[in-house]
Design a protein around this ligand. Structure first.
Ligand code: NAD
Ligand code: MG
Length: 380
């Protein structure tokens, strides 16, 4: 059970819910970080009294320092600030709720300082899974998943032998465009893509959910977290988002984890495991969910899922290239510079141009990420 945490990305969707869980459980906070939301970071700092906070830019840090003067809270900024927060001495656990590859270096910093990781940032394992898992092993820290699917699989794997697993079944809501054909998606708007049927999340992951890239990222994340080959990881569309994922065993038995679609549950479990704590979150009434349905994912329309499986099989630097291209393309889409269907097109083109480095170091990952973003940016 975590007693003291640092929250990286505390002003985002997962960050805010993490603070709610920490408030309920009486967990202390020693560091908070944000990209640019100075007002929210200030109020979080006043409530939780961490020993330090960090924000994206120097100018914002100077302003925040003024606002927090006299409270004994150190103020940092930029990547260095994230590293200081990730290694703050009082914390036993770091919650990584920054979005994108920006979470990678701070997560490695936390691991090297012996912090357990409550991992929300999926791009960390997607881009550098082998490096991150090796670091965790070397520093004897545990990485507990916050992503609801991986939290479910973690629970379904508990008390069973890994060699008895037939396959992991990752469930997917299908997003707002489930059932649509590719032609129908050419002209969808940013607003339509941001309307997720079941979850309220940050904008980048919401677009990833609409393209099914989110499920692709989760397949890669599952591969590194649980150590199963791509052939043993499957995706099943389950629009109600009640079953958060499943594990099928060699005897034909399937274990599933169910619960309301509420991210505070997996966040809480990541902080209390192997125990569970009571709470007043709403309960699931199965009588209200009489129709749990399942479908095959439409990989032709939602080609991002296939691209992610391909990147995982090619390995090395390819998942980081795919991720960097996706981050850049999603940003362009959110800024209305490209259409929805340009997202998979640009990712695929970037992946086709890349020559895989099969044994990358961290620097190589960071370099190919920049390269992929440039490729995408240069083609519009
Ligand atoms: P969000 O956009 O709501 O919040 C992101 C946070 O990171 C904010 O605090 C922001 O200020 C900070 N941030 C963003 N870019 C930064 C940068 N370059 N440097 C420093 N800080 C930066 O995102 P979210 O929905 O909370 O998602 C966070 C991560 O958790 C993502 O990787 C996402 O895939 C994963 N995740 C989210 C959910 C969810 O329900 N929201 C579920 C599963 C996994
Ligand atoms: Mg998820």
């Amino acid at each position: 059970m975590a007693n003291n945490i640092a929250v990286l990305g505390s002003t985002g969707s997962i960050g805010i819910q993490t603070l709610e869980v920490a408030r309920n459980l009486g967990i202390s906070i020693s560091a908070l970080t944000a990209g640019s939301n100075i007002d929210l970071l200030e109020s979080q700092a006043r409530e939780f009294e961490p020993s330090l906070v960090s924000i994206g830019e120097e100018g914002l840090a100077l302003e925040l320092k003024k606002r927090l003067s006299g409270l004994g809270i150190d103020v940092y900024y930029g990547l260095e600030g994230l590293k200081v927060a990730a290694s703050v001495s009082q914390a036993d656990t770091v919650v990584t709720s920054i979005v994108g590859i920006a979470g990678l270096v701070p997560t490695i910093e936390a691991i090297r300082h012996g912090k357990n990781i409550a991992l929300a940032n999926k791009e960390t394992l997607v881009t550098a899974g082998e490096i991150v898992m090796a670091e965790a092993d070397a520093h004897n820290v545990s990485i507990f998943p916050v992503d609801s699917e991986h939290s479910a699989i973690y629970q379904c794997l508990a008390a069973n032998r890994k060699q008895d697993v037939e396959r992991l079944i990752i469930t997917a809501s299908g997003g707002p465009f489930r059932g649509k054909r590719r032609e129908e998606l050419e002209n969808v708007t940013v607003e339509q893509a941001l309307k997720h049927p079941n979850w309220s999340m940050g904008s980048k992951i919401t677009i990833d959910s609409a393209t099914l890239m989110n499920k692709g990222l989760e397949v890669i994340e599952a591969h590194w977290l649980f150590g199963f080959a791509p052939e043993k990881i499957s995706v099943l569309v389950h629009p109600q988002s009640i079953i958060h994922s499943m594990v099928e065993y060699v005897d034909g038995s399937v274990m599933a984890q169910l619960g309301p679609p509420d991210m505070r549950l997996p966040i809480q479990l990541a902080l209390t495991w192997p125990h569970r704590a009571g709470n007043d979150f709403s309960r699931m009434n199965l009588l209200e969910h009489r129709n749990l349905t399942f479908e095959e994912p439409d990989m032709d329309t939602f080609s991002c899922l296939g691209l992610a499986f391909e990147a995982l099989k090619l390995g090395g630097t390819m998942p980081a290239v795919m991720n960097g291209a996706n981050e850049a393309a999603v940003e362009l889409f959110l800024n209305r510079k490209i259409g929805f269907c340009d997202i998979p097109r640009l990712i695929e083109r970037t992946m086709q141009t890349h020559i895989v480095n099969t044994m990358p170091h961290l620097d190589d990952i960071i370099e190919v990420d920049k390269w992929a973003r440039k490729m995408v940016g240069g083609s519009v």
